[in-house]
Design a protein around this ligand. Structure first.
Ligand code: ZN
Ligand code: ZN
Length: 156
């Protein structure tokens, strides 16, 4: 395993450490992610919530509307409001925003998703799987990551 990654919000009130490598890394080009970030895509490190150790601060959960009428919980620094991670369906999995890492260049996407709304000026590499919408986890994730998530999904 590589050295443990750390990250923080812009003001430094929130600092965190990832206690292992992520399960998988998404680059999401959906319109919700574009709107939420004000950018062309988001890079999310999927990792067990209990492997995200907070070193400082306690980010606030904010329920943000999505285009389908649901909400997505995004955790923000209470001072500078930068989003450090979010939740989708399961609170046991955090989606850590790779741009908040101290060294974002240490992660590269394992998959590109929702490329149907990808902006036209981004060219994706042929070497990384890309999907119009979503993908089959069992087909792409490494065995060790599938074991890790099975442990979560099978727990009551
Ligand atoms: Zn902050
Ligand atoms: Zn998205």
């Amino acid at each position: 395993m590589s050295a443990l990654r750390e990250g923080r919000c812009a003001c430094g009130s929130v600092r965190y450490r990832l206690m292992s490598d992520p399960l998988f890394t998404h680059c999401c080009h959906c319109l919700n992610c574009q709107r939420q970030t004000g950018s062309a895509f988001v890079i999310n490190l999927l990792i067990e919530a209990d492997r995200v150790e907070l070193l400082a601060g306690d980010p606030d959960p904010v329920d943000v509307p999505r285009d389908d009428g649901s909400t997505q919980r995004i955790y923000r620094c209470s001072t500078c409001q930068v989003a450090v991670f979010s939740e989708y369906t399961r609170p046991e999995i955090r989606f850590v925003r790779a741009g908040t890492l101290d060294d974002p260049s240490t992660v590269t996407p394992d998959v590109h998703i929702f490329t149907r709304s990808k902006v036209g000026w981004i060219a994706l590499p042929d070497s990384v799987p890309a999907f119009n919408v979503y993908y089959d986890r069992k087909a792409l994730w490494p065995a060790a990551s599938l074991e890790r998530i099975d442990a979560i999904l099978s727990s009551p």
